[in-house]
Design a protein around this ligand. Structure first.
Ligand SMILES: [Zn+2]
Ligand SMILES: [Zn+2]
Length: 266
């Protein structure tokens, strides 16, 4: 199981699913259903979907992160330990969102959970990702929880291809666990965008610009509110920034991101 997951990782890292990749993920999905209860990461027999060892090894040791973009910070500011830690990029060019909380870095083996959810349709993993994210949220001090949670919307084409929006699948149980209302359709995509990971960093902003609008039915839910935005992975933050710009343009007073995994800079 572990080797299959690793193969999924390598394939999905470089391209959209090929026919070989589709066969592989189908095989993975079928295999997972046949296996007895076992840890999704190490394959050890366990009544939980993630064993205690994997949970504590990969998710419990939260490192110091920039409070705005969640990039790991290795040299904390020595001058003001009371202030939330910030990375140089967020000090120089603050994004429109105010906070990002993540459960882990997007590195092996934790990335396999995202890949299995997205590309092998392992929807049973969504509550686990949400549970790990909830622990990260509640482990963060000096924060106010949002009034409302939503999810990064998928384009119509990708939604039809995949059949589900992984951000919604993570966000819905997270809202229950945190006791915060979830509005999956708060935002809509105005158009299909190219996959951000396929673009040069300079082209990503243009690709996402004005890509979202609030659903007209929910405009009043944005005004004066602190909105939490859920997604599976944050990379450059361009998508989350465009969403925060949109939400604030329509009156949100604060935008926090709740994302399962943080991609590290190369
Ligand atoms: Zn394990
Ligand atoms: Zn930062």
């Amino acid at each position: 199981m572990y080797r299959v997951y690793t193969l999924v990782t390598q394939t999905a890292d470089t391209c959209m699913p090929s026919s070989q990749f589709n066969r592989l993920t189908t095989c993975l999905a079928q295999t997972a259903q046949l296996l007895p209860s076992s840890c999704a990461l190490c394959g050890e027999s366990d009544e939980n979907i993630l064993c205690d060892a994997c949970r504590s090894n990969h998710f419990c040791n939260q490192q110091m992160r920039c409070s705005i973009c969640a990039l790991p910070i290795f040299a904390p500011s020595a001058t003001d330990t009371e202030s939330p830690p910030l990375c140089g990029e967020c000090i120089a060019t603050p994004p429109s969102f105010d906070r990002t909380i993540v459960a882990c870095n997007y590195v092996a083996p934790a990335d396999q959970l995202v890949l299995a959810l997205k590309f092998a349709h392992q929807l049973m993993l969504a509550p686990l990702l949400s549970n790990l994210l909830r622990d990260a949220v509640l482990g963060n001090v000096n924060q106010t929880l949002p009034d409302l949670l939503t999810a990064v919307p998928l384009g119509q084409k990708r939604l039809q291809e995949r059949g589900f929006n992984q951000a919604v699948e993570i966000g819905r149980p997270l809202s229950k666990q945190l006791g915060i209302r979830f509005q999956a359709n708060l935002l809509e995509r105005t158009r299909e965008t190219q996959q951000q990971s396929s673009l040069h960093p300079d082209a990503r902003h243009k690709n996402m610009r004005r890509a979202f609008v609030p659903n007209e039915r929910f405009l009043e839910e944005i005004k004066g509110r602190h909105i939490g935005v859920v997604d599976d992975v944050i990379t450059t933050g361009t998508t989350m920034n465009e969403i925060a710009i949109t939400l604030k343009r329509f009156g949100a007073i604060r935008v926090s991101n709740y994302v399962f995994a943080r991609t590290l800079p190369h």
